[in-house]
Design a protein around this ligand. Structure first.
Ligand code: C2E
Ligand code: MG
Ligand code: MG
Ligand code: MG
Length: 284
């Protein structure tokens, strides 16, 4: 009996793998054509500076419109990374985001996510320079978000590129901080400009108290290391007030704004700019 059970489990598992593999193959094939078919687009989510009380930065987030549905980057980025397609896709994202940012007010930066693969496979420094100069965007208006996995290998070449980017005036952010297994040591290996605290810490705030203690500690750490801190995934007023009280520099999340199409984001930025101008006139 045990044997037959084992067998049926095995067959079930195998069939499941086939379906997964098939779906993967089809995503892979579709992804190869996505750029030329113009199925990729960027959404833009504003980050609110708490001291400034305005949008200080906007993160570009990739979307793929494929066969009638929109596929999340969490679904296709891993496949794009495994196939190496992330290199051309990532180049498109960087160029597109820089171009779009030129139409925003000059004090708003654009943040672009980078995959570790992009460091390995191409002249990343050359690409960033060319994307900035083609768009005529000053380097100080660009932030690049990297994850801990980039530094996992403790790769000197990657660190060198990061230092060169920073020397150009580009800011470097550590994304999803706290999700890797050795977060603290990465803060020692490179002087990040910004730490983005992963939204998993925001999620269970009302439950256990330890998430709040961690958020508080990371913000304090950022302050003492001269790095700004962004709280990701802020969805409620309570979370906003908590991270504000602990001294976070920025918040990002559905409470302030979800990721928006480029036109809606531009409207938000320009209505905000007008609001400030009116305020300034009143004051003077
Ligand atoms: P990320 O860089 O940490 O981006 C933040 C993610 O959190 C986004 O998911 C955003 O929509 C989501 N988010 C923002 N505020 C909230 C909130 O209040 N609650 C909740 N539940 N979620 C919120 P998205 O757009 O699905 O992107 C997922 C991930 O995919 C990104 O995480 C990033 O790692 C990756 N990604 C997105 N675009 C790119 C890209 O152009 N290149 C690369 N390499 N990765 C990308
Ligand atoms: Mg990010
Ligand atoms: Mg993040
Ligand atoms: Mg995240």
């Amino acid at each position: 009996k045990a044997k037959s059970e084992g067998r049926s489990t095995y067959h079930f598992f195998e069939a499941g793998m086939d379906a997964d593999l098939q779906q993967r193959r089809s995503i892979e094939a579709g992804l190869r054509l996505a750029l030329q078919r113009k199925e990729l687009r960027l959404m833009y989510q504003p980050l609110l500076g708490l001291a400034e009380n305005r949008v200080t930065c906007v993160e570009a987030l990739l979307r793929w419109d494929h066969e009638g549905r929109t596929i999340s980057p969490t679904e296709f980025i891993p496949i794009a990374e495994e196939t190496g397609l992330i290199v051309v896709i990532g180049e498109w994202v960087l160029r597109e985001a820089c171009k779009t940012a030129t139409s925003w007010p000059g004090d708003v930066r654009v943040a672009v996510n980078l995959s570790p693969i992009q460091f390995k496979s191409r002249d990343l420094l050359g690409l960033v320079k060319s994307a900035l100069s083609d768009a005529r965007l000053p380097p100080t208006r660009l932030e690049l978000e990297i994850t801990e996995s980039l530094l996992l290998a403790d790769n000197d070449a990657n660190l060198k590129v990061l230092h060169e980017l920073r020397a150009m005036g580009v800011r470097i952010s550590m994304d999803d901080f706290g999700t890797g297994y050795s977060s603290l040591s990465y803060l020692r290996s490179f002087p990040f400009d910004k730490i983005k605290i992963d939204r998993s810490f925001m999620r269970d705030l009302t439950g256990r108290g330890d998430s709040q203690a961690i958020i508080k500690a990371v913000i304090g750490l950022g302050q003492s290391l001269g790095m700004s801190t962004t709280a990701e995934g802020v969805e409620t007023e309570e979370q906003l007030e908590m991270v504000r009280a602990h001294g976070a520099s920025e918040v990002q999340g559905f409470l302030f704004s979800p990721p928006l199409p480029p036109a809606a984001l531009a409207n938000l930025l320009h209505s905000e700019a007008t609001k400030h101008q009116v305020g300034d006139k009143k004051a003077s």
